[in-house]
Each structure stands twice: as structure tokens, then as C-alpha cells.
Write a protein that binds this ligand. Structure first.
Ligand code: PRP
Length: 214
């Protein structure tokens, strides 16, 4: 049986922090640190294979078993809704998923009926407003610079990630409600968790220990 562990990383800052953490936990990640445009980085000696994926695709690779393990933001997990095990909150990439809008809406969000919501996260926005708050809303899917939507009259409010709060502040917007805390998570394919338990469990334990000590 092939016991190579395939780890899907979210290209960008989360990948760098994941690699650093795995190294601190005692896993050699030299292959993943190669400055290259290769998308599969394999270390034949350790039997670890890293794939560099777009963040939104990491849960897909893990659900289908193309990767055994993934490191991805909770925002992406909530939005993608994939079948996988979320095993560790890695702590880094911390931010909040929020409902935001113009300062003058502070404390009076409920005054707008049939809200128009601009967001990169239509599923999260729909679950929050339609399922949790039982409110019917119009969701407008955007791909970035979401803060523009209420400024330009496309939407009343937005559902987006807030990290430092600077983007909101510099655009005259504010947090109206917090939906969920967000951070990077380690996820595992459900079959791999059983079939490769002898390599995945020690990795999970080593990473948990490192997080407790760190
Ligand atoms: C994210 C998010 C906010 C901003 C929040 O955007 O969508 O716009 O960061 O960060 P802050 O609270 O520290 O200002 P990102 O940089 O990913 O770019 P995007 O707007 O193109 O999605």
C-alpha cells in the first residue's frame, strides 16, 4: 500500500506558516520550501508530498482523497462545506468573519428589510441570515475588494473577513455583527484517517505538542 502522505497547502501566507509549524514539529519540509513554480513538491526520503493549491480548492483535494491532509482557513471550510475531519485549530491566520457596513448602521442593522449583501462567501452569508436569523436576503457574490459594494451602492452591507480592521476604517465602514472566529485548520481525509493512521496520528500529535509548547 502506498503510504506517502500528501499534504495540500493553501498557496501564500498560510502555506509558509504551515511549513514552519511542521518543521518545528520535527518534519523535514525542505521539498516544500523550494523556490519553484512546481505544484507538487515531493521528498522521496521522508515520503511527504506537498501540493500547492488555491485555498478554496484545498478542501476539495482532501475530501476526494487526492490529498490526505490539508491546511486551510476556517472561512474556506465553512464556505466549501466539504466532508472531512477538522483535526486541529492551528491558531495562525486569525481573523473574524463579520457583517460590516456603514458606521451609521451600527446598532440598527435590523432596520433594513430585504438586505442586499455583497460577499465572497455566499454560503456563509446565506446560512447566517437565512438559517440562523430566519431573514430573507439578497446575496451578491463578489470576488474581492468587497468593501466597495456598500460604498458604491451595490449592497447595503457585506459579509467579509476582518483582520486588523484597517480596510473597514479607511473606507468609513465598521463591524456590525461577528459571525465566527477564523483561523487556519488542519483537515484530514476520512479514509486516510483510518488507512494511514500510523503516519497521520503521530503527525497530529507532534503538531499539537508543538502548538502547546510554542
Ligand atoms: C481581506 C478581506 C478584507 C481585508 C481585511 O481581503 O477581504 O478586505 O483583507 O483585512 P484588514 O482588516 O486587516 O484590513 P484580501 O486582502 O484578501 O483581498 P481581497 O479584498 O481582494 O479579497
Amino acid at each position: 500500500m502506498n503510504k506517502t502522505l500528501t499534504i495540500a497547502l493553501s498557496k501564500g501566507r498560510l502555506a509558509d506558516q504551515a511549513i514552519e509549524l511542521l518543521e518545528r514539529a520535527g518534519y523535514n519540509c525542505e521539498a516544500a520550501k523550494e523556490k519553484t513554480r512546481k505544484l507538487i513538491l515531493e521528498d522521496p526520503q521522508t515520503g511527504m508530498r506537498f501540493i500547492m493549491a488555491k485555498p478554496a480548492d484545498v478542501p476539495t483535494y482532501v475530501e476526494y482523497g487526492a490529498a490526505d491532509i490539508g491546511v486551510v482557513g476556517k472561512d474556506t471550510l465553512l464556505e466549501e462545506g466539504r466532508q472531512l475531519y477538522e483535526v486541529i485549530d492551528l491558531g495562525f491566520g486569525a481573523c473574524r468573519m463579520c457583517v460590516c457596513g456603514p458606521n451609521e448602521l451600527k446598532g440598527r442593522l435590523d432596520s433594513i428589510a430585504n438586505k442586499r449583501i455583497g460577499t465572497k462567501y455566499p454560503r456563509i452569508a446565506r446560512e447566517y441570515f437565512e438559517i440562523k436569523k430566519r431573514e430573507s436576503v439578497e446575496i451578491i457574490k463578489l470576488n474581492g475588494s468587497v468593501e466597495l459594494a456598500p460604498l458604491i451602492g451595490l449592497a447595503d452591507i457585506i459579509v467579509d473577513i476582518v483582520e486588523s480592521g484597517r480596510t473597514l476604517e479607511e473606507n468609513g465602514l465598521t463591524v456590525l455583527e461577528t459571525i465566527a472566529p477564523i483561523s487556519a485548520r488542519m483537515v484530514v481525509n476520512r479514509v486516510s484517517m483510518k488507512m494511514k493512521a500510523d503516519s497521520i496520528n503521530p503527525l497530529i500529535q507532534a503538531v499539537k505538542r508543538q502548538l502547546q509548547e510554542g
